[in-house]
Design a protein around this ligand. Structure first.
Ligand code: FES
Ligand code: FES
Length: 164
């Protein structure tokens, strides 16, 4: 039976009528028009649906509305809210462009979200830290090396050291 669920998405209070078991990704994409979050496996195995839930990466494909009620969700669109636009991308987005860190791009929304969570808590991650943060993500194009390099580059820019 549908109920009303209230939560915050990218800093805005939102209210959705839904079944409690409906996955968060359906609310984001179909109800709120936030289509940057991508559906892949639906089984917590690919990471393409990753969002931040109270600042921690979580799978939007399996978190039901009853699990996210009252919580704060950040999607890939939140990078734009932090100043990233096509003309002036967020430093993470710019680093991915500079390193050409992607081919089809399907995995990148989720990877950027996990990268943001990493850099928010660890501004100077080692390569091993970056690899660990990407544990829950698959990139079928095999762009891993450039993705890791791009996250290191973004970290340096955000520390004010310029690109490395
Ligand atoms: S779609 Fe959620 S982990 Fe693959
Ligand atoms: S760039 Fe294609 S799946 Fe990662």
């Amino acid at each position: 039976m549908a109920e009303t669920y209230q939560f915050t998405v990218n800093g805005e209070a939102r209210s959705i009528e839904a079944d409690g078991a409906m996955p968060l990704i359906y609310a984001l994409r179909n109800e709120l028009g936030l289509t940057g979050t991508r559906y892949g496996c639906g089984l917590e195995q690919c990471g393409s649906c990753m969002v931040l839930i109270d600042g921690v990466p979580g799978y939007a494909c399996t978190q039901g509305m009853d699990a996210v009620a009252g919580r704060e969700i950040q999607t890939i669109e939140s990078l734009s809210a932090e100043g990233g636009t096509e003309a002036a991308p967020h430093p993470l987005q710019q680093a991915f462009l500079d390193e050409q860190a992607g081919q089809c791009g399907y995995c990148l929304s989720g990877i950027l979200i996990s990268a943001k969570a990493l850099l928010d808590k660890n501004p100077d991650p080692s390569r091993a830290d970056i690899v660990a943060a990407l544990e829950g993500h698959l990139c079928r194009c095999g762009a891993h090396t450039r993705i890791i390099k791009a996250i290191g580059r973004a970290a340096a820019v955000l520390r004010g050291e310029g690109a490395v």
